[in-house]
Design a protein around this ligand. Structure first.
Ligand code: FAD
Length: 580
């Protein structure tokens, strides 16, 4: 079967915050470049749209870049690369102001200045927001800006299945057009992965169903290492059952966490005293990893409620009053009414920790460049790394802008120096990929394993062995289980052979990616014999800078991930104990 090959200069995979920002940066570099944006969903459905709380940057006179850098590095438990963090905080203010010029309606104070709110782990108020629908407004501003460039060509609802690597360079991609079922080939001199995170490898998550770590697995299979995958962030306040996020903004506006006795339990874990409105980095505004662990300890002490979806505590907003809730947290009220059936103006909200964000991802440098020539990555799928072992809330929307722009610009510069891509060698690679897709998925005969069963078992194994608390035996069992699931996956049974919007095929392809991602998380965690940031081991409870102040790099082999390590870049902040 021969494929028609569409040629571009740059391909951006993903149309969320990072992807659209990368595409605009590439488009701005030169009107002569053709830039393809490929997304498995319509751009406005990317997960960025659901971000609620806000985006951090230094915009006030009481604040400064060093303070933002220090909070980020400290929050990251010193695993962040400090040169990347310094670039990040320096470029953040310009990116957020520019976004307003592109149409993002930041909330404002009475005196006309852009408002800022507190966020967990930040030492001062520096998080900009558009009520509690920040991601929606940001993505809209980016999307409408991208529309003004005719040389950005979109491939919406196209699912990328592989990166085509030729002669040690990323040269193109294959993707399934979901509307027709056809496999298409795109060629380019540079490719930017902006495919977001992979929270769906866990059972309880705030992440949309599309967050299946595809880009991480694509890069991994193309020989690029995944960095620091063992660091997975739990958000302390998700709704039990659905995992829907109740934004940190609800605590920043003054919400309280209470156990089943009505006690604000965080004061018992060194985060007190319990002031009425939680102050910076104290009580309810402590960092996410610590708050999630406090929840688990309350559970172990029998202080949590028990419901149909397991243990939970209360997030109480009642004392804030209806006026403030409607003005600052309207979406929280809407979500809780629709999905829990109660009104947070009158009743406390049931919450539990849920998987929220992946600190790890595709290994890149500060320019978004991966070790594979011609391949770049940015946003949640990448690991630069500014988030280290624990991301601070509201840093990642900004990260999408700063590093999306850097990756897009650098990819475009690289591509423009390369001349027209030659597509000939890609034809053979595309045929191989078509063969793989046909034999493993599209025209697969027989098989008895169900995708839903394998996915559920994978998610539960991840929660068991790679959840908030970890130890060698549970992680070892999870690694073993993942090997078994990978083997069973080769015997999956697919029943829908239609070509138009075949969601069964896509679920199978996504599960294939997730099994790779899960494997790097569990194996990375097993070998990191310390506790740092989100990675808490009951058998190694302390941080061990002597042996583990280093990044994990996972390389794909047929026998599972091979792990290597790389140094952390320290510039001005020497590691110290992380106390709040
Ligand atoms: C509920 C929620 C609330 C959040 N709130 C905040 C907040 O207030 N502040 C903050 O800083 N961060 C927040 N975050 C985190 C932040 O929103 C994300 O990290 C960030 O938006 C990720 O953006 P992205 O561009 O990297 O990926 P996404 O927005 O997830 O976009 C990924 C893109 O990749 C495409 N894609 C993926 N796989 C494929 C494939 N195989 N083929 C083709 N296309 C593909 C998708 O179609 C999509 O367009 C929140 C996250 C969640 C889940």
């Amino acid at each position: 079967m021969s494929h028609e090959i569409s040629e571009h200069d740059v391909i951006v995979i993903g149309a969320g915050g990072a992807g659209l920002r990368a595409a605009i940066a590439a488009a701005e570099l030169s009107p002569k470049l053709s830039i393809a944006v490929v997304s498995k969903v319509y751009p406005m459905r990317s997960h960025t749209v659901s971000a609620e709380g806000g985006a951090a940057a230094v915009t006030r006179e009481y604040d400064n870049l060093d303070a933002h850098a220090r909070d980020t590095i400290f929050g990251a438990d010193f695993l962040a690369d400090q040169d990347a963090v310094e670039a990040f905080v320096a470029e953040a203010p310009h990116e957020l102001i520019q976004l307003e010029h592109w149409g993002c309606p930041w909330s404002r104070d009475a005196d006309g200045r852009i408002s800022v709110r507190s966020f967990g782990g930040m030492s001062v108020k520096r998080t900009l927001f558009a009520a509690d629908k920040t991601g929606f407004h940001m993505l809209h501003a980016l999307f409408q800006t991208s529309l003004k460039y005719d040389h950005i060509v979109r491939y919406d609802e196209c699912f990328v299945t592989s990166l085509l690597v030729e002669d040690g360079r990323a040269r193109g991609i294959t993707n399934v057009n979901l509307y027709t079922g056809e496999v298409m080939v795109l060629a380019a001199n540079a490719i930017v992965l902006c495919t977001g995170g992979g929270g769906r490898v866990f059972p309880f998550t705030t992440n949309a169903a599309i967050k299946t770590g595809d880009g991480m697995a694509l890069a991994y299979r193309a020989g690029v290492p995944l960095k620091d995958m063992e660091f997975v962030q739990y958000h302390p306040t998700g709704l039990p059952g659905t995992g829907i996020l109740i934004t940190e903004a609800s605590r920043s506006e003054g919400g309280w966490l209470k156990n089943k006795d009505g006690h604000r339990y965080l004061q018992d874990y060194g985060l007190g005293p319990p002031t009425d409105t939680p102050t910076q980095r104290k009580m309810e505004l402590g960092p996410r990893d610590i708050l999630s662990r406090c929840h688990m300890q309350e559970y172990q002490k029998g202080h949590t409620f028990e419901g149909p979806h397991g243990h939970y505590v209360h997030l109480d907003l009642r004392h804030l009053g209806q006026e403030l809730i409607d003005r600052k947290l309207p979406f929280v009220r809407e979500l809780v009414r629709n999905y829990v059936g109660i009104d947070p103006v009158y009743e406390p909200i049931p919450v539990r920790p849920v998987v929220h964000y992946m600190m790890g991802g595709v290994h890149t440098d500060m320019d978004g460049k991966t070790p594979l020539e011609g391949l770049y990555a940015a946003g949640e799928t990448a690991c630069v790394s500014i988030n280290g072992a624990n991301r601070l809330g509201s840093n990642s929307l900004t990260e999408c802008l700063v590093f999306g722009a850097r990756a897009g610009r650098n990819a475009a510069e690289y591509a423009s120096g390369m001349g027209t891509p030659t597509s000939n060698p890609l034809a053979a690679l595309a045929r191989d990929e078509q063969h793989r897709l046909d034999s493993q998925f599209f025209k697969k005969e027989g098989g008895s394993e169900r995708i839903a069963a394998i996915r559920t078992e994978m998610q539960h194994a991840m929660e068991e062995g790679a959840g908030i608390y970890r130890d060698a035996s549970s992680m070892g069992a999870t690694c073993e289980k993942l090997r078994e699931l990978r083997e069973r996956f080769s015997r999956i049974r697919l029943e829908d052979s239609s070509e138009v919007f075949n969601t069964e095929r896509i679920s199978a392809l996504e599960l294939d990616f997730m099994l790779d991602v899960a494997d790097t998380i569990a194996n990375g965690a097993l070998l990191r014999k310390e506790s740092r940031g989100s990675h808490t081991r009951t058998d190694f409870p302390s941080r061990d800078d002597e042996n583990f102040l280093k990044h994990t790099l996972a390389y794909r082999t047929d026998e599972g991930p091979r792990l290597d390590y790389a140094p952390v870049k320290i510039t001005r902040w020497q590691p110290e104990e992380r106390k709040y």
